[in-house]
Design a protein around this ligand. Structure first.
Ligand code: SF4
Length: 332
């Protein structure tokens, strides 16, 4: 049964959920977590497939029909494919996508192109040494091979590259060059302070203006493409190139006015904004037996407290909240 469309207290339609299926990952990207990892959740504290499935159905009944699967790294979760197929065929989202580091995709190359509308791959360098320096792992070759196989399958492939001063600035131009002959989207993301160790002040200062300026020094025929409402990415294309280039001002937070998303963490917390450190527990009430209608009321109440933007979310009474959480616990 269809229920009233979920809206927030700013009149924004909320129709997009980013669901984290795990907080674990097989890489150790330095801007996301320390080398030794973080205190990962116990198995009993993360949502079961049945609980996530129920939650997605309840959200779908409230008009949340765009689903992105995130993590950690989703494919490290055991037996994930039957769950993903169940979402596709039973929940039937209008849009179904996933964000992955592509290290494990070769195990599922048959099914993936049939399941998703788009696949976002987190890859910050096209150089094996820099890849190792950033991820602290040696999976570069496997990742590149998996990306080539996905592109060959015709799936809509998007590359997410976090821009980090002193780390991968030399990759920006080669990434854009990759769009010359490949119909892919390469999106450059401003670094965000979710690394489980330090606060906002320490992150790279390459903002979207600087990234764009740097690209324009090499590609003077970079044309802006029409903005898609609720998108976080400003899109461009170099004249004559097959692929596109995007810039996501994730720390500048210029796109919050049309925010349409909520996040569900692996432990079943509803997050109204990436920058908010407040999570509203849904799993506890679900395990204590609340009905689907009671769950809808709970979700609506929480979404009625959604922050206007990522700056408001990162603030408390005394000013800004230092952000120590790792992105792998929030789900990106
Ligand atoms: S920063 Fe928060 S309000 Fe802004 S787009 Fe992201 S989730 Fe929405």
């Amino acid at each position: 049964m269809k229920h009233t469309q979920l809206k927030d207290n700013h009149g924004r339609i909320i129709n997009y959920v980013r669901l984290a299926v795990t907080d674990r990952c097989n890489l150790r990207c330095f801007y996301c977590m320390p080398e030794e990892g973080i205190q990962f959740l116990d198995r009993k504290d993360i949502m079961s497939y049945e609980e996530m499935y129920r939650l997605l159905n309840v959200l779908k009944s409230m008009g949340v029909d765009k689903i992105r699967i995130t993590g950690g790294e989703p494919f490290v979760r055991k037996d994930i494919m039957p769950f993903l197929q169940k979402i596709k065929h039973d929940v039937m989202p209008r849009s179904f996508s996933i964000t992955s580091n592509a290290t494990l995709l070769h195990h599922h190359m048959e099914e993936i192109p049939k399941l998703f509308d788009a696949l976002n791959i987190s890859l910050d360098s096209l150089d094996p040494n820099r890849f190792h320096e950033i991820t602290r792992r040696d999976d570069f070759r496997q990742v590149r091979d998996n990306i080539s196989a996905l592109i060959a399958s015709g799936l809509n492939v998007k590359i997410n590259a976090v821009v980090m001063d002193g780390k991968n600035i030399d990759d920006i131009i080669p990434f854009v060059e990759w769009t010359r002959n490949e119909n892919i989207e390469v999106r450059f993301i401003e670094e965000m302070p979710f690394n489980g160790t330090r606060n906002a002040d320490d992150i790279s200062n390459w903002d979207y203006k600087q990234i764009l300026g740097h690209i324009r020094t090499e590609f003077t025929e970079l044309e802006a493409l029409p903005y898609i409402s609720s998108s976080t990415s400003m899109m461009y294309q170099v004249k004559g190139f097959k692929g596109k280039v995007g810039i996501i001002p994730a720390f500048s937070r210029t796109f919050c006015g049309t925010c349409n998303r909520i996040r569900i963490t692996a432990k079943g917390e509803l997050r109204t904004c990436l920058y908010s450190n407040k999570g509203f527990d849904l799993l506890g009430p679900m395990r204590s037996g609340i009905s689907d209608d009671e769950l809808r009321i709970l979700i609506r109440d929480v979404v009625q407290k959604k922050e206007k933007n990522g700056f408001e979310a990162a603030k408390d009474r005394n000013g800004y909240i230092p952000i120590y959480e790792s992105m792998t616990t929030i789900g990106g």
